[in-house]
Design a protein. Structure first.
Length: 365
């Protein structure tokens, strides 16, 4: 692609006000013909972020309206079609011309071929999930069985709709290892625990280990009943983050806040040229608050060079033919839907999580 990149100053016509920079959705190159500018919204928002007046507007090659200086950057995609972007300003406005030229030059350094790696993840449990999820119903039935035999049941996991669904008599929430030290007035011989569905199993095991040190007679649910959705989500995010030079996610996603190359976006147009200049592999993590964000990011990046998009997921499954035992009185293990679909029903013997891309190639983790 780099060999086909061309920077050129052209003449165009349009309606530009004094001090304003115009960013067209497309323009006509004298040799390459029509050039589409998918990335135009990125340039406009970047100009506005720095306090400059800018907007998307049409420009024409034929004389009419105001004469503009057009700074065009274009390249040929894999099909030989011209793609790029341009900025323009009135020919009599030297300040706006300099700003338009600098903007086109800055964004021209972001052009490159890229790989986009998208984490395919389940959404966290919601209020509706707490009412209908098979894993929640099974865990609630297990809590009842423990309390019926006279145990106090410790609910390991963060507070929320699912944890609230499990709260009945003789239950105590335990959100962290620190909560273990303040537990009191419990019969050490009559304590059980369950892991709240939607809690990463690895985190829950750390808390369970602290509980066992204090209460050696502690009993818990069978591993068949563990929910791995949160663990799979976190591992998929970690895998994408490790493989990426730059990571984008919605502002409500918490899994990547500790990653130094991650940026939380409110909008796809919040991407900045200094982030994109050297990044050849970009990771995207979907978020609940902005489910459309990955598609919008991919669309904008497609205007900054050829891209290849791959989706990566991590799924915990059980070996074929191994069925979890159904304790008497518990709901049957009907096929999971929603947040626990696609084989995330826990197993008696878990196989290693598989990390798969969109083409079905996989590697053991």
């Amino acid at each position: 692609m780099n060999r086909s990149v061309e920077r050129r100053r052209l003449h165009a016509y349009g309606n530009a006000e004094p001090g304003e920079v115009i960013v067209p959705k497309g323009f006509v190159h004298p040799r390459r013909g029509p050039v589409r500018s998918v990335a135009a919204p990125l340039l406009v928002e970047n100009l506005r972020r720095h306090g400059h007046r800018a907007r998307i507007a049409d420009v024409r090659a034929e004389p009419g309206e105001t004469e503009l200086a057009l700074f065009a950057v274009s390249y040929l995609d894999l099909r030989g079609k011209a793609t790029g972007f341009a900025t323009a300003a009135c020919t009599t406005d030297e300040t706006a011309i300099a700003r338009a030229e600098n903007t086109a030059e800055q964004w021209s350094h972001t052009l490159r071929t890229r790989r986009i790696l998208v984490a395919t993840v389940t959404t966290p449990c919601t209020d509706a999930c707490a009412l209908t999820c098979p894993m929640v119903l099974r865990t609630r039935a297990r809590v009842r069985r423990f309390t019926e035999r006279g145990d106090t049941v410790l609910l390991i996991g963060k507070a929320g709709a699912v944890a609230a669904r499990l709260r009945i008599r003789d239950t105590v929430p335990v959100e962290s290892s620190a909560d273990v030290d303040v537990l009191e007035r419990l019969d050490p011989d009559r304590i059980s625990f369950v892991i709240v569905p939607g809690t990463p199993v690895e985190d829950a095991f750390d808390i369970a280990a602290a509980l066992r040190q204090r209460f050696p007679q502690l009993r818990g649910q069978h591993p068949d009943e563990f929910c791995y959705a949160a663990s799979d989500r976190r591992e998929a995010v970690r895998s994408v983050a490790a493989a990426s030079e730059l990571l984008f996610t919605g502002a409500d996603a918490q899994e990547v806040t500790a990653t130094d190359h991650a940026h939380l976006l409110d909008r796809a147009t919040d991407m900045r040229p200094e982030w994109l200049t050297s990044a050849t592999t970009i990771g995207i993590v979907p978020s609940c608050g902005a489910p459309e964000l990955p598609t919008e990011i991919i669309e904008l990046l497609s205007g900054l060079g050829p891209i290849a998009v791959a989706h990566r997921r991590v799924t915990t499954t059980k070996p074929d033919g191994v069925q979890a035992a159904e304790p008497p009185g518990l709901p049957s293990s009907t096929p999971a839907t929603g947040c626990h679909a696609r084989g995330r029903t826990p197993a008696r013997r878990a196989v290693p999580a598989r990390c798969e891309d969109s083409r079905g190639k996989s590697s053991r983790r």
